[in-house]
Design a protein around this ligand. Sequence first.
Ligand code: ATP
Ligand code: MG
Length: 409
Amino acid sequence: MRIYKVGGAVRDRLLGKPVTDIDWVVVGATTEEMLAKGFRPVGADFPVFLHPKSGEEYALARTERKSGRGYGGFTFHASPEVTLEEDLIRRDLTINAMAEDDQQNLTDPYHGQRDLEARLLRHVSPAFAEDPLRVLRVARFAARYAGLGFTVAPETLELMRQLSESGELEALTAERSWKEISRALMEDQPQVFIEVLRECGALKVLMPEVDALFGVPQPEAHHPEIDTGVHTLSVLEQAARHKQPLTVRWACLLHDLGKGLTPEAEWPRHIAHEHKGLKLIKAFNERFKAPKDCQELALLVGEYHTHGHRALELKPSTLLELLQSFDIYRRPQRFEEFIAACEMDARGRKGLEQRSYPQADYLRGAANAARAVAVQPLLDKGFKGPELGEAIKRERLKALKAYKDAASA
Ligand code: ATP
Ligand code: MG
């Protein structure tokens, strides 16, 4: 049997990037031989094994044939006769279809090296169109390597366009999509992921609510970039630049969905878009089965981001309602993430990327003031049950009034 490094490990070494996980392909072996060497089988559908010591993935060389819709609709063929070249041709991009032996001899039948130099994301063969997930993968690699100057090859973009129009994207499961989307959002330039999806028509299919934001104007006084889609991309860009976690990036992507519902007659104003957007955000969350923390933050940011921007003008009672809605007493982290999303929203505007955002510290201070209210003295006074709750609220309101007065003095 012959063993080769494949895929990302080869690509990233040639790019001079750190290699984190290594995938291996094994040519000329049977399942029985792998088991005899102590490899542990994983994956029900095709022969993939974990190395007994390193835990890295070793896949038997295989060919694939499309036999139905979606990812389930594949038949795999693995046998000792399958060659390295036959295994490499089923891969998505030429830069991902190179293999290397233990002497670092490169096998590159589909010219991955040439495309690395040309900074092109190019599909290996027309079989690319057999798995719609590849549309998301290419957009994700575009987001990752945009900083190095990579773009999608025009003929690959054309295939992605055909895939998007074919209805195949609808066969993707939420789990597979989320895995790509969440990784794409964590790349250096997540806005490129959305741009590429939009360019090939996949955004309209997968995220029609985001697609609908392009062409929707906002008031120029607050939004010099005017277009709501362009603004959303800038907010994502800021979120990546400021190294925000996935929850914040997800919330940034979804925060203005409500603006896509505004009747044209009301443009460029978007009255109550925060509230109107909630049902879209909820449906969007559920479509991709986003994790609970992402779902929650997106809904809260959607509903309250304007409150965040207006923090310094909010009445103490409104401020208290905001803090209560976030349950800042038990969920301090989530409130920090809300503040971060608001700040990214404020900076994701043309020419305002460097602006200061005094609202952030003001909101933190307000949260601390409310948290500082001690319960024990109220218990000592004999409050209990619902009355205790009311008394705590009164004290917190007092604390917020004092805080606001001190801040504006
Ligand atoms: P990353 O750095 O994100 O891990 P990677 O290229 O290693 O990038 P993996 O998802 O780990 O990506 O997959 C390993 C290799 O398997 C890829 O380089 C590619 O050759 C192939 N591959 C993975 N998924 C697909 C797919 N859906 N279609 C075609 N080839 C794929
Ligand atoms: Mg990998």
